[in-house]
Write a protein that binds this ligand. Structure first.
Ligand code: GLU
Length: 280
């Protein structure tokens, strides 16, 4: 059976949404129509009996907008203040929208320390398992309000891959403002070719990352997405990078449609999550 068709049978799915996919490009305000579609798509996956985890960025953007900053702040204390306000507002909106589809959302905020400390990591895993057992959709973000350089993931691409590994998800979908992996940056090189499937993420593919983001609001470029792919696929999950322009893409992907780049799971027997976190 084709690798895309096998996606229909995935049972535990982590979906990561970047800030740029949640907000209007010119105003930075939340795109409520898109959020509605996202919540409906995720609720439908739950209705199919799948475990669903949403890793949502946007706390700092929403806070900056609420507190009337002209742009995303760069000063640490200002970012933390924005995250404090924005995360609460974002959750309020998610709770409301999920409730309309009879789904319950919970919040899980993490730092790198949550993963490197054995006790915290076990606790986090237990919390996720219990939430999923109860049919809740955990909504995850970095705890930007208290995070400082030493304990930050810095981007939700890696965070979502770590979460996928932690809870033994079988699929991670990163929705971003790019279509997937190209042989080169398509914004700079018109001959760049799109890659539909990566069977094995070797150095040849990693070279294609080169760390461009192209987005004013998100933090993760292609290099971080490829690092996330390394974590997720080594842990045993398939991963897809696709364009989050239209969140209807989620059911199209789950129905086996040819969207984005599929990185096939390549489980490593000696996979030890902490080793990968050290390199984030
Ligand atoms: N955690 C940040 C936020 O919610 C976003 C990080 C990212 O863009 O990857 O604003």
């Amino acid at each position: 059976m084709n690798a895309r068709d096998l996606l229909k049978d995935k049972k535990r799915i982590v979906v990561k949404i970047g800030s740029s996919s949640l907000t209007h490009p010119y105003t930075g305000n939340l795109d409520l129509v898109k959020l509605e579609v996202l919540v409906r798509e995720l609720s439908d996956l739950r209705n199919q009996g799948k475990d669903v985890v949403l890793v949502s960025s946007g706390a700092i953007m929403v806070g900056a907008d609420t507190l009337q900053f002209e742009a995303k702040p760069t000063k640490l204390a200002a970012k933390q203040a924005c995250a404090s306000v924005g995360q609460a507002r974002l959750m309020m909106i998610y709770q409301k929208l999920f409730a309309e589809y009879n789904q319950v959302a919970g919040q899980v905020l993490m730092t790198k320390f949550t993963m490197t400390n054995d006790l915290n990591r076990r606790n986090a895993r237990n919390t996720f398992c219990e939430l999923l057992e109860l049919g809740v959709i955990p909504i995850v973000n970095e705890n930007d309000t208290i995070v400082t350089d030493e304990i930050e993931f810095g981007d939700n691409d890696n965070l979502s891959a770590v979460v996928a590994a932690l809870i033994h998800a079988d699929l991670l979908i990163l929705l971003s403002d790019i279509d997937g992996l190209y042989t080169d940056d398509p914004r700079k090189n018109e001959n760049a070719r799109f890659i539909e499937v990566v069977e094995c993420l070797d150095d040849h593919f990693k070279e294609m990352g080169k760390g461009s983001t192209g987005s004013k609001v998100g933090t993760g470029g292609m290099a971080t997405k490829l690092h996330a792919a390394e974590i997720a696929t080594s842990a045993g999950a398939d991963m897809i990078i696709a364009n989050g322009r239209d969140f209807h893409i989620l059911h199209r992907i789950m129905n086996g449609g040819n969207y984005g780049t599929l990185f096939k799971a390549n489980p490593k027997e000696e996979f030890y999550l902490i080793d990968y976190i050290g390199r984030i």
